[in-house]
Write a protein that binds this ligand. Structure first.
Ligand code: ADP
Ligand code: MG
Length: 173
């Protein structure tokens, strides 16, 4: 793998989980943009958004995307990274973009099972199922627009990794 692989999709689709597995299988680096940004800023995303607003967070996210893009790297992106046209263009130009696509029910099930892993502030303040379906309705077309490949992310992490390896004809197990 030479070009970076960008995993995009909504919260709970498995970007972090699948990204780690894929990087391990391909002996590549793994970076999570949310995690990298929080470490660099020394604050959580919730704190950044609360103190400085979404616009500042989105600008930091774009800087992060550029900073972490490197060869032989699997990059798990934040769910809203595709909102900015320049982010979509950057990822498509500099790497291979994969949309981890899962139905609303699957996303809700995962987020409800592991609520502590939702490190972002709620986007709408509504119940999780309403929020997931609204956010997905708004963003699905953008995930597809950004992606070179759309992969069914409702299967096990191992199966999702295997589909990605096959789709990209990667030389890894
Ligand atoms: P994202 O980074 O896209 O928000 P995560 O990788 O953090 O998603 O996954 C959210 C939750 O769903 C985690 O608790 C994870 O263990 C679980 N999960 C992720 N992918 C799968 C999968 N393919 N099958 C079952 N559970 C999964
Ligand atoms: Mg994640």
């Amino acid at each position: 793998m030479t070009q970076p692989i960008f995993l995009v999709g909504p919260r709970g689709c498995g970007k972090t989980t699948v990204g780690l597995e894929l990087a391990r299988a391909c002996q590549s680096q793994f970076v999570d943009t949310d995690h990298w940004l929080q470490t660099k800023a020394g604050r959580t995303i919730a704190e950044i958004v609360e103190k400085e607003g979404w616009e500042t967070f989105r600008a930091l996210e774009t800087e992060t995307l550029k900073a972490v893009s490197a060869p032989s790297t699997v990059i798990a992106t934040g769910g809203g990274i595709i909102l900015a046209e320049h982010n979509r263009g950057f990822m498509r130009e500099h790497g291979i973009v994969i949309y981890l696509c899962a139905p609303v029910a699957t996303l809700v099930e995962r987020l409800e099972a592991f609520p502590e892993e939702g490190q972002r502030p709620t986007l709408t303040g509504k119940p999780i199922s309403d929020e997931v379906s609204e956010v997905l309705a708004e963003r699905d077309a953008l995930y597809r627009e950004a992606a070179h490949h759309v992969v069914d992310a409702s299967q096990t992490p191992e199966q999702v990794v295997s589909h990605i390896v096959t789709a990209l004809r990667l030389a890894c197990a």
